[in-house]
Design a protein. Structure first.
Length: 630
């Protein structure tokens, strides 16, 4: 017997309407642990900006997240704790000046750090921060020479072969490594007591990672290219420093941030200092102001977001409200649509390097983003605009330019990636930088490809036999995991990817009876929890295989449920159980509703989208109601 989700659908709609801001947006937090809070304290203290209220507020939030054993975690089931996050928190709390090494929380943190290998075992990006802030000497060698930015686009390896996210972080890092810049203050803490081997050789660390024949080949190619450049080494280095600096300055957003990311902006500030900019320079002041503008409140505590998710939240929520039956004339949707139209991008961003024959037309992720469109935000926004084309002025033009840009961004392999086209040279994975797979490349992914297919299949008149659609279908079918799932790059993880892939495939005419889809459906049914829900651990992205959470989450249950609904003509027992879980747990507030279901970098960066608990249950329940109750 079918369950009636109407009451829960209306409850979520009412909540979303209440939470909309005056300008039509939804500003739910983009929460990423304590790293950005810690780095903000370290930045302010390094620049001797005594914003004591903010520093105290961030310190309070960091301390509130400490585990009983003294550690900090990226997600609740992360074993005993995360070494890098714990070291970052320890450093920031000491640097804040409000805590000392003898305080109980810091003693416990120190014990955990030492028991897990000391600060020298932390993530490489943190080690770079330690070098910047004078806690350890820079290595004599960095695996990507600054002169790489001078190599022409025609060279087999060049700066624009790295992903845009990689470039945003690597440009300032290469400047800092080249200058071996350090900044210490009278308040710089002494971290010697959390090193196990204070004299460990960072160069040995890099050279150990460089022993592969693949990396030696890459490095040889880069150095050969550099030697072919005309000029003396000192001149080339100075020219490269200027080129890297200009790369950063050309990508500063209206709020002062570099590509609207915390990490790249943090690094840019120090890189500009290394190049001789005074701390009082307007670019640096504006960058700090931009980082402060990312402040939000979560459970009464102050958090510095890595970026804002305003366009993403607003587009997804508007779409879910449309799917729930809210009329397009509703002021809530009209205000949101006007906002989204105002955020379409008309500047040429880095994407044009590998896609030179297209005009702009995409949308970005954050509120201030003007030059960094992405595939997911573009399809999400275009879904909203589809019903407004003849109702709101300029929507038709926005729709057409968005479609053209999206279509032009399909990779040669048939899939879609996040930001750029054909930026996935496999040999870059051998560069000895931790997280290189996530930092340096931007490959086609099942989640992006599936969601783009779903958009084209449901919202355009594009023929389902179009060559581009067939290419994407083949790419997805070729990238199915052996157990029937698909890996989702930007969500957690295999449930997310499977949802995107199947809803995409079925939208363009692949039959639910297709063997690949049936295999995926069987897998989803197999991993359903006894309570009717689904839950996947963040460990999945590190292990590169599905890892159960041991509990159900609202978001992942909605993804799995929506997948099954898209493949079944009538409610199955698994679908009924999933709907029942959502109806019974919509108001739940516990660790499962805080669990990260988005990811940025495996093992280092996970995202708790506060909007997801409303968006995806509303979509799944609305689709259930449309398909089985009308």
């Amino acid at each position: 017997m079918a369950l009636d989700p109407s009451s829960e659908i209306n409850r979520i709609i009412d909540r979303l309407k209440k939470d909309q801001t005056h300008n039509g947006t939804w500003n739910y937090p983009f929460e990423t642990g304590v790293s950005t809070d810690a780095y903000m304290i370290i930045l302010l203290r390094s620049l001797q900006i005594n914003d004591e209220q903010l520093i105290q507020e961030l310190s309070n939030r960091i301390l509130s997240k400490q585990e009983e054993n003294g550690s900090w975690k990226l997600f609740i089931d992360e074993g005993m704790g995360n070494l890098t996050a714990t070291a970052e928190a320890y450093y920031a709390l000491l640097y804040s000046g409000y805590y000392s090494q003898v305080d109980k929380p810091l003693r416990a943190a120190r014990k955990f750090i030492l028991a897990n290998g000391g600060i020298e075992k932390c993530h490489m990006l943190m080690k770079i921060m330690l070098s910047i802030t004078g806690q350890h000497k820079w290595p004599n060698f960095f695996p990507i020479p600054i002169e790489t930015v001078l190599l022409p686009l025609t060279f087999p390896i060049n700066f624009f072969d790295f992903s845009v996210f990689g470039r945003a972080n690597l440009a300032p890092i290469m400047i800092l490594a080249s200058k071996k810049y350090m900044i210490r203050t009278s308040k710089s803490p002494n971290l010697t007591n959390i090193f196990i081997n204070r004299n460990y050789n960072r160069d040995d660390e890099f050279f150990a990672l460089m022993r592969s024949n693949e990396y030696r080949s890459i490095f040889s190619t880069i150095t050969t290219g550099i030697k072919s450049l005309i000029g003396f080494p000192e001149q080339l280095q100075q020219l490269a420093l200027e080129r890297a600096k200009q790369y950063m300055l050309d990508r500063i957003e209206p709020d002062g941030t570099f590509n609207s990311y915390f990490s790249s902006t943090f690094l840019m500030i120090f890189a500009l200092l290394a190049l001789g900019y005074p701390k009082s320079h307007p670019i640096i002041r504006n960058a700090i102001s931009g980082l402060k503008s990312m402040k939000c409140q979560i459970d009464g505590k102050t958090h510095i977001q890595y970026t804002t998710a305003t366009v993403w939240n607003t587009s997804l929520i508007s779409y879910s409200l449309q799917e729930a039956g809210i009329p397009d004339s509703d002021p809530v949707l009209e205000k949101a649509t006007h906002y989204l139209l105002s955020r379409q991008q008309y500047k040429f961003g880095d994407w044009v390097i590998h896609n030179p024959n297209s005009l702009p037309g995409g949308w970005g992720f954050s509120d201030v983003n003007t030059i960094l469109p992405d595939i997911d935000d573009t399809t999400s926004t275009l879904r909203v605009l589809r019903n407004q084309i003849n109702k709101i002025p300029h929507t038709s033009h926005a729709w057409e330019s968005g479609i053209r840009w999206l279509f032009s961004m399909q990779n040669d392999d048939g899939g879609w990636s996040a930001f750029e086209k054909n930026v996935n040279k496999g040999f870059f994975h051998f560069i000895p930088i931790q997280g290189a797979e996530f930092l340096i490349s931007d490959p086609s992914t099942p989640d992006l490809t599936g969601r783009t297919l779903e958009f084209f299949g449901h919202y355009t008149n594009l023929s389902k036999n179009h060559p581009s659609m067939n290419q994407a279908i083949h790419w997805l079918l070729d990238h199915q995991e052996r157990n029937g799932s698909w890996y989702g790059r930007w969500g957690i993880c295999y449930i997310y990817g499977t949802w995107a892939a199947i809803t995409g495939l079925t939208s363009v005419g692949v039959s639910p009876s297709h063997s690949s889809i049936q295999k995926a459906v069987k897998w989803l049914k197999h991993i359903q929890n006894p309570d009717g829900g689904w839950g996947e651990s963040c460990k999945s992205d590190m292990e590169k295989t599905y890892m159960p959470l041991g509990a159900s989450t609202l978001t992942q249950t909605a993804w799995a449920l929506d997948t099954l609904i898209s493949t079944s003509k009538k409610p199955t027992p698994e679908i009924i159980a999933g709907v029942k879980f959502l109806l019974e747990n919509g108001n739940r507030v516990d660790w499962t509703t805080d669990y990260p279901t988005g990811q940025g970098m495996a093992g280092g960066f996970y995202i708790h989208y506060h909007s997801y608990r409303y968006i995806f249950p509303l979509l799944a329940l609305s689709h259930y109601h449309q398909k089985y109750m009308k």
